[in-house]
Design a protein around this ligand. Sequence first.
Ligand SMILES: C[S@@+](CC[C@H](N)C(=O)[O-])C[C@H]1O[C@@H](n2cnc3c(N)ncnc32)[C@H](O)[C@@H]1O
Length: 502
Amino acid sequence: MPSVDFHGYDASAGYTYGFCPEMAPDWLDLAATMAGSAPARASGDAPFRYLELGCGQGMGLCLLAAANPQGQFVGVDFLPEHVDHGRAVAQAAGLTNIQFSDGDFVALAQQWPAAFGQFDYVTLHGVYSWITPPVRAALVRCLGQATAPGGLVYIGYNAQPGWLGSVPFRHISRLLKEESDQPSEAVVQASIALFDQLAAGGANSFRILPGLKSRLAAVKRQASNYLIHEYLHEGWHPLWHSEVAKEVADGGLAFVGTASLAETLLPGALPPPLGATIAEQASSVLRMDVQDLVINQSFRRDVFRPASSSASVASDAVLDAMMLRLLKPVDGDSLTIATSFSEITLQAPAYAEIVAALGSGARSMGELLALPAMRKQGRSNALQIIALLLHARIAGIGRSAPASIQTVQGLNQFIANGAARGRRYDHLAAAALGSAVAVTPDDLLLFDAWLAAEGRTDATSLAAACGEGGAPAAGDTAITPERAAVFLDQTLERWRKLGVVA
Ligand SMILES: C[S@@+](CC[C@H](N)C(=O)[O-])C[C@H]1O[C@@H](n2cnc3c(N)ncnc32)[C@H](O)[C@@H]1O
């Protein structure tokens, strides 16, 4: 059956179940504050309203709703399959602070529903550079109407020039789709086969465009439903920051900064001549586009806010009051962190003190900055180290008081259960973070078996119970008693501290 397109969007397959920590309300407040702008809320415990436009399967929104009972969440998507999944998850998990709406940006822009009102946080991830220009214009009108004064808008999008190597694959895939009556999944596979033939035959493009070969290799590692959403829409169009900034200005929004916290080190972390070339550009959009040229940017996480409130400036006190927690322990004397522009190696005193302090519980940014090694670094360098630890998922934004985990329990049980039955869920809600943590398929399988045994089990029985449920979640090796022991002794302990499990 040929695929069905709405406004040029290929609606033939459901999307993935991803979660992006940069979309959590506390993370967005931190990103705004690090950029010198005020957060959307005065404190992490204050109530708020949060809207996700193009929320996909709704998994990310459910995770945030469970971990932030003080927030009200609304998810909008025009694919019934997506909205139905989000609603089913919310209902099964007993979430009462979330609602899903099967809305289309074009219709919503004509009449923004009075019942929706305005929101402190409006987010869209993987949407803006996938839709046609008229739908983008409608989406910008939605942003203008939906964002409360002082609110923050997050837009995560495919950026240039990092996607230039994908242009041939995208072009031929889309053309194959238009020229054939094959289902979208078959189109993607036919396109991969065609590019394999071209590569094997020594087509000139593979020699001249070095990015083409690595993109093709990446495409082959990805699931069909992801590839359909990535490449087959009429409107697929990676954008430069300047293009997005100019378009959203029509909705009254001004650029605040990046939620990709490692990029707050730029341009200072680049070789001095390149940093100087960026700095000498005459406008903010030119500086950003030249910087993206330097790092070969491929995905941006931009934060905007209504221009009328963009002058509200954050004080050091606001930043110092923000809380952090440890997500995973770190050994050794040095730590290498991969970023979008290079690998950065931190030496032990610079980060070990932070990791050690967070090891005994949540700490405020101010407390971390006051640690001896951090004072030696100076405030600006110390903040960069903390930004890198957040980016590397070694630290997370935290809550000072251990939050009640009532609201996350139902969702996490649902996720473990679904994963054990083959759903590719990969995060659990964490009440102490107001966010979620990444988990492996094996951890979810073990968690499901542990919940089924109501926590009364040992490593040998737990490993055996995982085997009884069918194939291992990862589809490879069976769970051993040693692996189950690590789960019981270490993973559960870490999850308890993060408010994943009671
Ligand atoms: C690539 S997916 C990203 C989904 C989700 N944000 C994520 O990152 O997992 C883009 C989403 O935008 C939705 N979408 C595209 N055009 C839309 C429109 N005109 N109105 C509402 N939703 C739309 C699609 O249904 C899809 O769920």
